[in-house]
Design a protein around this ligand. Structure first.
Ligand code: GUN
Ligand code: ZN
Length: 443
């Protein structure tokens, strides 16, 4: 390796998970790594070494750029397993439950993404916001318009981001402007797959919105695409709201429950993400676990729409993976830290409060595992892609004061998780490049 490669060193405290630290106050041995004066050596967008600075300093090529983050805390870039980029403009729209909220706010906002310029600007705005909160990877719902997907992938590609996205499929129970021709929508998805899936750092996720807005024929066709290309992802919604569940029972009387609708059409597999999954019983959780799927836990959305409290530990007991997600525009925060605050609050109400260890695991390696990306992102290890969130423990006077009172790493992580927001993210790196710097954008 010569200096013709692109070398860079980020120096400072760093925290990463190597495995699931468990739910206890003390993390499982070997699951976490913290270096007080650490260094991440980046070569050509990948992590080459992660070691104490002193152990690396003699091996560095002469003239290497060293970025000094000694008063910060470096972590893997955050991951959001379920978010709607086309709903940014309707975040915090007042007070409705799911089905009214969809009709009154969401569908009108998504109609605007038929326009190429609106989609292009919306994608750029969304990615600016993601990077401002340290999120470098997300699984994203676009709208039903193929142009919304092309625009999103083009914007993510030019920033060298790892992103998963898909075109919403709906062939009923939505405004005409958002409704597909049953098989035409699937053909549009196939064109988008051919153009974007596996290109650079981008992957495609089949996106039937939820059972009520697709006919059996459309769900069947989606299942067919997935069977032929099992490396594709699939995302949809499941058992979020009681009115929604009753509607699914009416629309699909042949199915024994909501999950069965997806099972019948071959949509429950290891690369399937089901958003919410609040109102499930133990048997349904086991069925999902058997399929290898994951539930995207979207706490701020569940609280905002009054959908219910997701029982994360019941999922764990059933062997069902959960991921962590903002679900913006239902969610009230795009920030992974904001999402963790919601997860803590939901957990507290269920007697299963989240530790800082488990919280940051979920936001990074846990989400990478749920999305089968844990050989590339979610941890600071040699060979991984260099996606990094740089947190500032003194981002506000209050946080600085609180952390000055904390005596252990456990306490510091927890206080940062509970008090943090976009101001906490001093910088974001993706593919070894600086893609957000707080002080630059604040000015
Ligand atoms: N169920 C179907 N569509 C949506 C959506 O856009 N947001 C949420 N939270 N739930 C849904
Ligand atoms: Zn959603």
């Amino acid at each position: 390796m010569t200096m013709q490669n692109d070398h860079r060193l980020l120096r400072g405290p760093l925290f990463t998970c190597l495995d699931d630290p468990g739910e206890d106050a003390v993390p499982l041995a070997g699951a976490t790594r913290y270096l007080e004066d650490g260094a991440i050596w980046i070569v050509d967008g990948h992590i080459h070494a992660v070691e104490p600075f002193d152990a690396l300093v003699d091996r560095l090529p002469p003239g290497i750029e060293i970025v000094d983050y000694r008063d910060k805390l470096m972590m893997p870039g955050f991951i959001d397993s379920h978010v709607h980029y086309v709903q940014l403009d309707i975040m915090a729209s007042y007070g409705r439950e799911l089905l009214d909220w969809l009709n009154d706010y969401t569908f009108p906002a998504e109609c605007r993404f038929a326009d190429a310029e609106h989609a292009r600007a919306g994608a750029e705005r969304f990615l600016d916001e993601m990077l401002r909160v340290g999120t470098t990877t997300a699984q994203v719902f676009c709208s039903s318009h193929p142009i919304s997907v092309d625009s999103f992938f083009a914007a993510a590609q030019s920033r060298q981001l790892r992103m998963i996205a898909g075109k919403v499929l709906m062939d009923r129970h939505a405004p005409d402007a958002l409704t597909d021709d049953t098989l035409g929508g699937v053909r549009d998805s196939e064109r988008l797959i051919a153009d974007w899936h596996g290109r650079d750092r981008l992957d495609y996720t089949l996106t039937p919105r939820f059972a009520p807005t697709s006919t059996r024929e459309q769900l069947d066709a989606v299942g067919g695409v997935l069977r032929n290309a099992p490396d594709l992802y699939l995302q949809t919604h499941l058992s979020e709201n009681r009115g929604e569940i009753a509607w699914v029972a009416e629309l699909f009387p042949e199915s024994r429950d909501y999950l069965d609708v997806y099972e019948r059409h071959g949509l429950v597999g290891p690369r399937s993400t089901f958003a919410h999954g609040i109102h499930l019983n133990g048997e349904q959780r086991r069925r999902l676990a058997q399929g290898g799927a994951n539930i995207a836990f979207c706490p701020t959305s569940n609280l905002f729409l009054g959908s219910g409290l997701m029982d994360r530990l019941a999922c764990r007991e059933a062997g069902l993976m959960t991921s962590l997600a903002s679900d913006v525009g239902g969610g009230t925060s795009l920030s992974g830290l904001g999402t963790l605050q919601g997860a803590y609050q939901v957990g507290a109400l269920l007697g299963q409060a989240l530790t800082g260890w488990q919280g940051f695991y979920r936001l990074t390696l846990g989400n990478a595992r749920a999305l089968h990306l844990d050989d590339r992102i979610g941890s600071l290890q040699p060979g991984f892609e260099a996606d990094i969130a740089v947190l500032d423990p003194r981002s506000t006077p209050l946080m600085a004061r609180r952390l000055s009172q904390a005596t252990t790493l456990s306490e510091r992580l927890f206080a940062m998780m509970m008090l943090g927001d976009d101001r906490t993210v001093a910088a974001t790196w993706a593919n070894g490049r600086l893609v957000h710097q707080r002080d630059a954008t604040a000015a």
